[in-house]
Design a protein around this ligand. Structure first.
Ligand code: ATR
Length: 273
């Protein structure tokens, strides 16, 4: 008996640039999973309808990208703890009438830093730059590593304060503006969207402690301005390409209960940038 392969999509607008189909095709080939993974362009006003239609056609799951992660959170009938904490959903799983919403971005970043880059977060002083959606998505997975402290610094300090208050029961987390930042940090994570416009968040050079590790969630062929700035002040730097691959691997695990090997996929993507 021949069965059709399970279908998955990445939904966004725009979507043509997404690397997710390439990544998941490699994961599927590597693990022997029978599946099809395609891009889906949803109209800006038609996200929920596009998802429902895909479910009716027998779709098994979806990744969700800009600008629909909040709508995906609202559409889900069940949410994982990390999706609730993130307030956004990047992974949907369909079955038995349930739309399960998950968020694998934060765990993807933590896996890339802790396992791939081999930089433990346990007992470390961590500085998170930014308080938008990208920052919020990583806070719970970072606190789950039990750092000594997490400081959230943002241009609009009130947004950092709101996040710190929201997550205070999960660990030692506080808020700051950029110009009142004091002390040195072991790990500095740029979750602002400043790199998109080649801007640098106005972080004091004194934040980079001895042997500091600086991470930018953005990635590209060349190091970001933030990475160049951090390297010039003695930090070891890494961009967010590994986060992209690891969030995909976690979504693949959510859907298929199989963990792909991310290293060769990361190497191929890096070579192709
Ligand atoms: P995302 O989903 O990428 O997180 P967002 O929710 O719009 O996008 O959040 C963007 C984040 O980048 C915010 O923390 C923003 O700071 P404000 O809250 O003060 O707006 C930050 N940001 C954007 N451009 C910046 C810049 N040039 N310098 C510093 N922070 C910047």
């Amino acid at each position: 008996m021949s069965t059709k392969p399970d279908r998955y999509v990445v939904i966004g607008n725009p979507i043509s640039h997404s690397k997710s189909p390439d990544i998941h095709a490699r994961f599927a080939a590597q693990t022997g999973q029978q599946l099809v993974y395609e891009r889906m362009l949803a109209p800006l006003e038609g996200f929920a309808q596009s998802v429902r239609e895909f479910i009716r056609e027998g779709g098994k799951g979806a990744n969700v990208t800009v600008p629909f992660k909040l709508e995906a959170h609202a559409l889900a009938t069940e949410l994982t703890a990390r999706a609730q904490a993130a307030g956004a959903v990047n992974t949907l799983k369909f079955g038995n009438g349930v739309i399960l919403g998950d968020n694998t971005d934060g765990i993807g970043m933590v896996t890339d830093i802790v396992r791939t880059a081999n930089v433990p977060m346990h007992s470390k002083k961590i500085l998170l730059l930014g308080a938008g959606g990208a920052a919020r998505g990583v806070i719970l997975p970072v606190l789950d590593e039990h750092p000594a402290e997490l400081v959230i610094a943002n241009r609009t300090e009130s947004k950092a304060a709101e996040l710190a208050a929201q997550f205070s029961r999960h660990g030692s987390v506080s808020a700051s503006s950029f110009d009142t930042l004091r002390g040195r940090f072991d790990i500095i994570i740029n979750a602002t969207s400043a790199s998109l416009s080649a801007d640098l968040p106005p972080v004091p050079t004194t934040v980079f402690g001895d042997g500091a590790f600086a991470y930018d969630m953005m990635y590209g062929k060349e190091p970001t301005v933030f990475m160049r700035f951090a390297a010039a002040h003695g930090a070891t730097v890494r961009d967010g390409l590994g986060m992209l691959v690891e969030q995909a691997a976690e979504a693949f695990f959510v859907w298929r209960s199989v963990r792909p090997d991310t290293a060769p996929v990361y190497a191929e993507l890096r070579a192709g940038l």
